[in-house]
Design a protein around this ligand. Structure first.
Ligand SMILES: Nc1ncnc2c1ncn2[C@@H]1O[C@H](COP(=O)(O)OP(=O)(O)OP(=O)(O)O)[C@@H](O)[C@H]1O
Length: 549
């Protein structure tokens, strides 16, 4: 069971204590039953419970109370610790996994599992501990049953065996439905995210909005049906418990007096023990859908965890230390680098093989029509996309394996699909004066202020947000800058400042700058212009060649 393997990951000492306390609580509970049935027998014989009976009852109850309380509290601590570790592991892998792995993830499924299913696990785990106690209790009670009446023990075993077969059938159907429920919930979350992201498009078209609403309603109705079916399975489990219990009690009450000799002497003890055993079983069976759901949820979270590990990279400390040896580079060589969006599909878009050498303090423009592969090339050059062939060299060192994470430390970027963080993460000790100076240079002084390590607002125009992203990139002060169509949303004046002010200034500071652009007017700012077409280099022209044209 996945759940058991997961719990095995807990601190061994804590786990041992929890198991010991659970077993003690279960045994104390069973001892209570034995004491009570014996007292019932005495009372039936017109005797009063003696001091030993009283002491046994109080002792067993005290032990049960304390052991149960500590076992449940300890179980909460264990599961919360395990879930915290799991959440941190998934978040950590999300940060470190390769870009294509993260791009492939279904966001709705991820949110659903990490937020909701971990919560369900946390609520369910104490119930599982309680169920383990019930099993211990059942084991002792069944042994007592065997002692009281081997025939009743046999009937109990047979009816429970039949019940288990029924349980297996319902359980496998229930698991299938739960998987469908989980998928549907993820799809609905995706639809909600779509509704938020596409709010403008939806408001401008009643037809589009209506169609999306209908698609959402369809999923919601399907989810409702699936949930009803899952409840039907839950009810089936409860009914199965009742059928098993009454079949057994019926046999003991009606058939035993006829066929079993001496049955009358034990019936007073037998019925409460049987009722107790069945009550324990029924309780566990009734709660089992919650355990099954916890198990299915955990399986899905672990599958996301495995998906992420397939592209896991190295720790930030290792990346920083590996990156140090590249910082003073003179040239970066891209030798036959090639990337396909789907290596299994011959029709998938391929960029490369690209051959290019970029020098320190050089400005390179990547140009070409829409879809010619500029952004993909930029991602390959920065080590964000795993190469299918070719290699990257920094001076005389080839960048392979784990070193790629160190190589990435050379770059500051503003990609076309950049994300603006409200804090300057990684730049915690930055001088606010330097930030404010850049805000002034980017003509954002009146709009945005930098206080307590964060920008006070990010609700800006697209062009202004890009300026803020540029500030963050400049403050990183890395040796290589990559700008992916940065100027596309800038006004004429600021576009000019970008090409004739910012880029030459970066070169003057010894930075290498690689820019994708459609601004042909400014090509002469670059030291070299590389034209891409259908993912391949069509031509490379130097500044002199461009000026001579
Ligand atoms: N995530 C993706 N999955 C699959 N294919 C992709 C993906 N992103 C891009 N592509 C493919 O790669 C091709 C090149 O895209 P890319 O973004 O590199 O072009 P570009 O030159 O930067 O275009 P533009 O000037 O429009 O920004 C596209 O035509 C598309 O077919």
């Amino acid at each position: 069971m996945v759940l058991i393997d997961f719990v095995k990951g807990a601190n061994r000492n804590q786990l041992r204590w929890m198991i010991l306390l659970t077993v003690i609580a279960g045994c104390a509970n069973a001892a209570l039953i034995v004491v009570i049935t014996n007292v019932a027998k005495s009372v039936a014989n017109a005797e009063r419970p003696d001091l030993v009976a009283w002491m046994s009852f109080l002792g067993a109850f005290g032990l049960y109370y304390l052991a149960n309380q500590f076992a449940l509290v300890r179980s909460m601590a264990i599961i919360e610790d395990l879930l915290n570790q799991l959440r941190l592991k998934v978040a950590d892998k999300l940060r470190k996994s390769e870009l294509p792995v993260v791009d492939r993830l279904d966001r709705g499924r991820l949110y659903n599992l990490v937020a909701k299913e971990t919560n369900h696990l946390s609520v369910t785990f104490p119930l599982i501990v309680d169920a383990v106690q019930q099993v211990v209790l059942l084991f002792v009670a069944v042994l007592y049953l065997l002692y009281l009446s081997p025939a009743a023990f046999f009937v109990f075993g047979a009816t429970v065996g039949a019940g288990v077969i029924g349980f297996k059938v319902i359980d496998s159907r229930y698991r299938q439905i739960l998987k469908l429920v989980e998928r549907m919930q993820a799809e609905m979350l995706d639809a909600i995210l779509d509704t938020i992201s596409g709010s403008k498009e939806l408001r401008l078209s009643a037809d589009r909005s209506d169609a999306l609403g209908k698609a959402y309603r369809k999923r919601s109705t399907l989810l409702e049906r699936l949930l009803v079916r899952s409840v039907e399975h839950w009810v089936s489990l409860i009914m199965l418990g009742s059928v098993t219990m009454f079949t057994m009690l019926g046999v003991v009450a009606f058939a035993f007096p006829k066929y079993i000799a001496g049955h009358n002497a034990t019936i007073f003890q037998l019925v409460p023990v049987l009722l107790f055993c069945m009550g324990t079983l029924a309780k566990t069976v009734t709660q089992s859908p919650m355990f099954i759901r916890a198990e299915v949820g955990l399986q899905s979270i672990l599958s996301i965890d495995r998906e992420l590990s397939s592209g896991s990279s190295i720790s930030p400390e290792q990346a920083r230390s590996l990156g140090k040896e590249y910082l003073d580079f003179s040239k970066i060589t891209f030798n036959g680098i090639r990337f396909s969006y789907d290596p299994m599909d011959e029709e998938a878009y391929v960029v490369g093989p690209l051959n290019l050498t970029v020098s320190r303090a050089e400005i390179i423009f990547l140009v070409g029509g829409n879809g010619s592969g500029k952004s993909t090339a930029l991602r390959m050059m920065t080590g964000l996309l795993p190469l299918q062939s070719g290699w990257i060299g920094v001076d005389d060192k080839t960048v392979t394996g784990k070193a790629v994470a160190g190589y990435r430390e050379l770059f500051s970027s503003v990609f076309v699909d950049f994300h603006l963080f409200d804090r300057l993460y990684g730049l915690e000790g930055i001088d606010p004066g330097q930030v404010n100076q850049l805000l002034a240079e980017m003509e954002l002084s009146g709009k945005v202020t930098f206080e307590d390590g964060r920008f006070n607002r990010l609700q800006l125009s697209t062009g202004q947000r890009k300026r803020l992203a540029l500030i963050a990139a400049i403050l990183e002060n890395r040796p290589v800058y990559v700008f992916d169509e940065w100027s596309a949303e800038q006004d004429v004046q600021f576009r000019d400042h970008f090409y004739n002010g910012i880029l030459p200034e970066l070169r003057r500071q010894g930075k290498t700058v690689i820019v994708t652009t459609h601004d042909e007017k400014y090509w002469k700012v670059a030291d070299r212009v590389v034209k891409l077409d259908l993912g391949k280099i069509e031509w490379v022209k130097s500044k002199a060649e461009l000026e001579a044209e």
